[in-house]
Design a protein around this ligand. Structure first.
Ligand SMILES: [Zn+2]
Ligand SMILES: [Zn+2]
Length: 273
């Protein structure tokens, strides 16, 4: 791409926003669906058939930076790339953005510009107030919103269909199966459980972002820490499998939504390890 005319409408990315969320907001600002809009400007790019938040190429970000007139390093910060380096267990700092699976990041499972997995958790109140998707919502250990003191949801509270956002049109969605609004916050978490979860989640996020964790007096890099607890949880998963997937951990996950079945959520989450 040699010369491009910048788009006339160029919303600014929000702090902590996912790249895919930013792209969706741009297309909406132009009154277009994401698929049609980006096919026009990136005809050779399969951007909606891949997990852009994990795998956006440098070339794509450079081209995008010309359209939005924003430094491509700012755009790269909207991806999960820097976190992937800290979360990868096998290759550590040499982890490449195109690895198939990264521990602690929910797999998108993109299929025909959509996803059939419970990939992205979100806080309905945050989404309603701020109108963008946060990077941290792709992390499997992020399960609560400290601002609204609620659990995140990763699917329809009514029928359990996943939150499908890549193929959505001009508004944040309601469920594409039953029409239930995703923006209505339902239920609340027990304060004791919430406090523990919130503190634990905050420590994990802080360690990931700062690339340093103090664990029982030991100073660890984020990669060392997350690799360690990843291995521990793999052992737990193996143990659960041997026991026949008995939902012994479901007690810690609470049950904010009566429509969701906690053991099923647990089993699905554990499959990502
Ligand atoms: Zn919130
Ligand atoms: Zn539904």
């Amino acid at each position: 791409m040699t010369h491009v005319e910048p788009w006339v409408i160029r919303p600014a990315p929000n702090s902590g926003e996912l790249l895919s969320s930013y792209l969706i907001r741009i297309s909406r600002a132009h009154g277009r669906s994401p698929g049609a809009f980006y096919r026009q400007f990136f005809p050779n790019n399969t951007c909606w058939r891949m997990d852009l938040d994990r795998s956006a190429s440098e070339r794509f970000l450079e081209d995008l930076s010309r359209f939005v007139k924003i430094d491509d390093r700012v755009l790269e910060d909207l991806t999960l790339r820097s976190w992937m380096e800290n979360l990868d267990t096998k290759t550590g700092k040499s982890a490449k953005a195109n690895v198939a699976v990264t521990p602690w990041i929910n797999s998108l499972g993109v299929h025909k510009q959509s996803t059939r997995k419970h990939t992205l958790s979100f806080c309905p109140s945050c989404l309603k107030e701020e109108n963008f998707l946060r990077k941290e919502w792709r992390l499997s250990f992020v399960t609560v919103c400290a601002t609204h003191r609620n659990t995140l949801i990763d699917g329809c509270p009514n029928c359990d269909a996943p939150f499908v956002y890549l193929g959505q049109g001009l508004a944040w969605p309601s469920c594409n199966q039953c029409g239930h609004s995703f923006l209505v916050q339902e239920g609340a978490l027990d304060e004791f459980i919430f406090g523990n979860l919130c503190d634990f989640q905050h420590q994990l996020l802080r360690g990931l972002m700062d690339d340093k964790v103090v664990f029982f007096g030991h100073h660890l890099s984020a990669q060392e820490f997350f690799s360690g607890i990843y291995l521990v949880l793999r052992a737990v998963k193996l143990r659960l499998r041997i026991l026949g997937n008995r939902p012994c951990l479901s007690l810690m996950l609470g049950s904010a939504y009566s429509g969701r079945k906690t053991p099923l959520i647990l089993a699905e989450r554990l499959r990502t390890f």
